[in-house]
Design a protein. Structure first.
Length: 436
């Protein structure tokens, strides 16, 4: 792989995909910046690496911290960042090399902890990680890039955001299968995903606590009946589903049309109120779908491998995006929830740009091998990941001109009386002036 710098990668993808044209002032008018292309590329680099505008201005000639901060606040919004991310996703999907990794019909959702300062509205102390922060929740396509990114509190059940990212995805890549980790096993999430046309297939652990449900009290399953508990137990209430089916579809349509957020709905359904007939119906539908998916997971070894590969892919994306967001030791310094969300999307935009550029470099190397007479097996290409970092320079160029300059001798002396700190001052005889 040819050696690249992050700034160079970002600039080339901006020329090719023109994602930078998405940004501008809130008025919708043309930006009045002297060089909008350069300013937007530099701002994306600074915010995507989490370096911070004023620290970055000390290392980047020709810009000031005020200019970068002003551009990030006034010319970048959550909506525009989502559109720029979608531009890179669409361009990546059109690459032939992406066909070696997937067809875009599957996506994996997972979160990773991000450090923040504690004195803000969104940060919580994570029980899982034992420190304050938030969760960067990514939806990563089977072609390796991020379709959508959230920044959510540590205390929420991550599964409630599985559907949200799929509905807010504006790219041309429209996945129908959703993979998640163990937290994606919630019964209401299974129900809502099914009603919206998504096939939810989470990674299954803790099989000892899994409950399988029978379609009726008299149903018996040969060889696996023990999975369903005792005879007549764990039975689906299909009468309740039938009576509430119209309400279920009304809720699903409301979520699809944006009248209610899927995360808000799932948070309410997760409260578990048995007096709420709609919740009970969602629970019953979720039991049906989850039982079917558990049986598929048990009986289909290739399916288990696909689910494991998908969840491993999103975990690799988390590490890759954190490698790119190296600034400020990975701590999100903004206390405004909107700015924290923008920080995650800046990082996703920069990460997708690197993935896109790496895919192009891989394709160029493959073309060179083909010209040399090598035979390329598509299955071999499927094992290559665009999460490559060895050829990328994150920290730029540092001047070495001082290596040939011999410094003057240093002076160790300082004309300061330190005797009061040692108790040698005359006042110390009376007990005054002694160091604590």
């Amino acid at each position: 792989m040819p050696e690249r710098s992050l700034m160079g990668i970002l600039a080339r993808t901006a020329y090719w995909v023109e994602w930078w044209r998405r940004f501008g002032p809130a008025s919708g008018n043309e930006p009045k910046l002297q060089d909008p292309f350069g300013r937007y590329v530099i701002t994306t680099f600074v915010k995507g690496t989490n370096m911070g505008p004023y620290e970055a201005a000390r290392h980047i000639p020709g810009v000031s911290g005020h200019e970068l901060a002003y551009t990030a606040n006034r010319h970048f919004s959550l909506v525009l960042l989502n559109e720029a991310i979608a531009d890179l996703v669409n361009a990546h999907a059109r690459l032939d090399i992406s066909q070696a990794w997937g067809d875009g019909t599957a996506v994996a959702a997972d979160g990773t902890h991000m450090d923040t300062y504690l004195d803000n509205l969104l940060a919580e102390t994570s029980v899982r990680y034992g420190k304050p922060g938030g969760i960067a929740y990514h939806h990563v396509s089977d072609t390796y890039n991020a379709l959508f990114t959230h920044f959510i509190p540590c205390g929420v059940w991550e599964a409630v955001y599985i559907i949200e990212g799929l509905l807010k995805n504006t790219s041309e890549v429209k996945p129908t299968t959703v993979h998640a980790d163990t937290q994606g096993q919630s019964q209401p999430v299974f129900a809502l995903a099914h009603l919206l046309g998504f096939d939810l297939m989470p990674r299954i652990r803790n099989w000892k606590g899994m409950t399988f449900y029978r379609p009726s009290k008299t149903t018996e399953c040969v060889h696996i009946d023990a999975l369903f508990g005792g005879v007549g137990k764990n039975v689906i209430d299909f009468d309740l589903i039938e009576s509430q089916f119209r309400h279920l579809m009304r809720v699903a349509v409301s979520v699809r049309e944006g009248a209610i957020s899927s995360s808000t709905l799932l948070k309410r359904l997760r409260s578990g109120s048995r007096k709420n007939a709609t919740y009970a119906a969602f629970r019953e539908v979720g039991r049906v779908i989850r039982t079917v998916q558990l049986l598929r997971y048990l009986s289909d070894a290739p399916l288990r491998r696909r689910v494991t590969a998908a969840t491993n892919k999103v975990e690799s994306f988390n590490r890759f995006s954190q490698w790119i967001g190296f600034g400020n030791c990975g701590v999100i310094a903004d206390n405004d929830p909107v700015e924290q969300e923008k920080a995650m999307k800046f990082n996703a935009l920069l990460t997708n740009a690197v993935i896109f550029h790496n895919a192009l470099d891989i394709a160029e190397i493959i073309r060179q091998l083909l010209e040399e007479g090598w035979e390329i097996d598509p299955e071999d290409l499927a094992h290559i990941s665009p999460y490559l970092t060895e050829h990328i320079k994150r920290f730029g160029e540092y001047s070495t001109h001082e290596l040939g300059i011999q410094p003057e001798a240093y002076d160790p002396h300082l004309d300061v009386d330190f005797s009061p700190l040692r108790g040698d001052h005359p006042e110390s005889a009376d007990g005054y002036g002694q160091a604590a």
